[in-house]
Design a protein around this ligand. Structure first.
Ligand code: BF8
Ligand code: SF4
Length: 631
């Protein structure tokens, strides 16, 4: 691990990252890799998941070497390794589900503010989608004012968070066979907050002390994220900010321009970053930037709020998770504006090493040392203007001697919402299904998730995608994998030259890339919906489809929740590194095998990208055979 964390060429596959890692050392900036080296080796108990801090009779730890009944085989209360690991994993999933879903709630609140008329700067940009979603939710739309329909949609979405439903609304999208599986196991998600709260309840001392039972509720909790919290976030953001359509953009640190005032938006919820972009596009602001000696204003994206604005507005992407620190090291960033999630607290210190203003905007996600702006739907535009002024002011303080922008940007295509995919196919999934039946496209793989400094940055993300498309498996990306795929040239139609003959031909005919960008991490809900649409049109379950998923370099609770709702929805899912569950044979067996019998899919853990792609490929082959399609 030490060499992998000190030899720059082993830390990331990218030139822009490597150049900035060198500069960081020169500038005395500490990065995530340095801190991981300090933290290595990690506590073995924690790595295995066998520590418990759920009460103050403990903390307790279970020794991997303990004989049953022997010393350190049980916590003070009597919980064994299985119970402790399952409880920890359950809370991990609850954390991830809470993140996505509370984000979804914030979007409902924004739409509610529009309905109530006190969010003048937000509007319903896709009224057609609002009407469609309302009809899907069983809300009357004929002859009604759009704002009244929106009010009912707001109510229906809020109610998905509570305790009064037997199933969240969008379970209506789930294939009948899948619903039966969930009902039989008792894991149909009822309410987002309910499943999360119940997980906290179950994992209190002396409650759910049966690891398999806790694992089932973890699945239910994750499903409430995928089919409600995240799905609501996606659908309502489309309504508020527009449903994405295909467009071009650019990616890597080269999108940061020497000549412009550069603002990076980071976090997840586009409610703030959309306003920053709107303000940055106003002629008065651009004039002000010019007066300060800049050629204009660049708003570039990091992580998922970047993905949101990339999908809908085509803003350039500066980088993914492990590029967030390095972007500031260019010395050319005037402001980093954050909302919440995945924002390393270190960014405050790194900003302070340069002239960069670090601005947090959410009452629930404050950073000591940051400039705090309390964004609300009511004041968003004014606050955005203030931030623009700050950034323009900072431009004058930039030290040109410390600026280094290492590379030229790479072109990408983005904007593949399900609506856009359907439109590209002429309004129906048929042409795509025909391609799958003929074997031109053998299947689909959702490659999603993060970076993790334990893995050479983007080596696995890019490695797996390249292998999959070679095997005529079309890849769908979201989250931080997007930037990786983009930098590797895989998000352009020309990227199809790296694909197998079938996929290459199809991409050529449709003018699309072999890897489709479908959005941010909450937008994995788009992929769930697409799976359901395909399964429904074939009259089968999602678990029957030649569809697989992978999170090669994941790190977060949210990524684990995504993985679990994918598996519980019937999608075989690869992880590049395991969650902290290996201290329990029971929990590990359920994740890798037992779930297959219960929900028709399981996890597989494999660090090597080529081997992982082969496992995914074999799964696609076996699913094709079972459907009677050529292998
Ligand atoms: O929510 S991919 S590092 S930014 S957790 Fe975070 Fe992972 Fe990026 Fe998006 Ni998703
Ligand atoms: Fe220890 Fe049990 Fe308390 Fe956990 S709940 S800290 S295992 S006594």
């Amino acid at each position: 691990m030490k060499d992998k964390l000190t030899d720059i060429t082993e830390m990331s596959i990218w030139e822009d990252a490597q150049r900035m890692l060198e500069k960081a050392r020169k500038d005395g900036v500490e990065t995530a890799w340095d801190r991981l080296a300090q933290q290595t080796p990690h506590c073995r108990f924690c790595e295995l998941g066998t520590t418990c801090r759920n009460c103050v009779m403990g903390p307790c730890r279970i020794s991997a070497k303990a004989e049953p009944g022997g010393k350190l085989s049980r916590g003070v209360c009597g919980a064994d390794a299985d119970v402790i690991v399952a409880r920890n994993f359950g809370r991990f999933i609850a954390g991830g589900s809470a993140g996505h879903s509370d984000h979804g709630r914030d979007v409902i609140e924004t739409l509610e503010a529009v309905v109530e008329g006190h969010a003048a700067n937000y509007q319903i940009r896709d009224a057609a989608k609002l009407t469609r979603i309302a009809a899907e939710l069983g809300i009357a739309v004929e002859g009604r004012a759009i704002i009244d329909v929106a009010a009912d949609v707001v109510d229906a979405c809020y109610s998905d968070f509570g305790s009064r439903r037997k199933a969240v609304n969008f379970v209506s999208r789930v294939p009948a066979k899948r619903k039966e599986v969930w009902d039989k196991l008792g894991i149909t998600p009822r309410g987002v907050d309910r499943e999360i709260a119940e997980m906290m309840h179950r994992t209190h001392m002396g409650c759910d002390n049966d690891a398999p039972n806790t694992m089932l509720h973890a699945a239910r909790c994750a499903l409430s994220d995928g089919w409600a919290g995240s799905m609501i976030a996606t659908e309502l953001c489309d309504i508020l900010f527009g449903t994405p359509t295909p467009r071009k953009s650019t990616v890597n640190l080269g999108v940061i321009k020497k000549e412009t005032v550069n603002i990076l938006v980071h976090g997840h919820n586009p409610v703030v970053s959309e306003m920053i972009l709107m303000a940055a596009r106003e002629p008065e602001m651009i004039a002000l930037a010019k007066k300060a000696g800049a050629e204009g204003i660049t708003v570039a994206g990091l992580c998922c709020t970047g993905n949101e604005l990339l999908m809908r507005q085509g803003i350039p992407m500066a980088g993914n998770h492990l590029m967030t620190e390095l972007a500031i090291v260019t010395g050319a960033v005037e402001a980093v504006v954050v909302d919440y999630q995945c924002i390393m607290p270190s960014l405050v210190q790194i900003s302070a090493c340069y002239h960069t203003r670090f601005i947090d905007t959410a009452a629930k996600a404050r950073f000591t040392g940051a400039i705090h702006m309390n964004f609300t739907p009511e004041n968003a535009r004014e606050e955005a203007h203030k931030i623009l002024h700050m950034a323009i002011e900072a431009f004058a303080e930039r030290d040109p001697g410390r600026v280094d922008i290492p590379v030229e940007p790479v072109d990408i295509m983005t904007g593949f919402s399900n609506e856009a995919i359907l439109e590209a196919l002429g309004g129906s999934l048929e042409p795509l299904l025909d391609a799958v039946k003929a074997g031109t496209v053998r299947g689909f793989a959702a490659v999603v998730g993060c970076n993790n400094p334990k893995i050479k940055q983007d080596s696995a993300n890019v490695g797996i995608i390249k292998e999959l498309i070679k095997n005529d498996i079309m890849v769908l990306v979201t989250g931080c994998v997007t930037t990786a795929a983009g930098k590797a040239g895989l998000l352009m139609p020309e990227g199809a030259e790296m694909a197998g003959p079938g996929l290459r031909n199809l991409c050529g005919a449709l003018g699309i890339p072999p890897v489709l960008h479908m959005g941010s991490c909450v937008d994995n809900a788009r992929i769930l919906q697409l799976c359901a649409l395909i399964a429904n049109s074939l009259g089968v379950d999602i678990s029957d489809l030649p569809v697989v998923a992978s999170a090669p370099e994941w790190y977060s609770e949210k990524a684990a929740a995504i993985g679990l709702y994918a598996v519980a929805s019937g999608v075989y899912t690869h992880l590049g590194l395991p969650p902290n569950i290996l201290g329990s044979q029971v929990v590990t067996d359920i994740a890798l095998n037992g779930l297959e019998d219960l929900v028709g899919a399981s996890f597989v853990v494999e660090p090597d990208p080529v081997k992982a792609a082969e496992l995914l490929n074999q799964r696609v082959t076996s699913k094709r055979k079972a459907l009677g399609l050529n292998a």
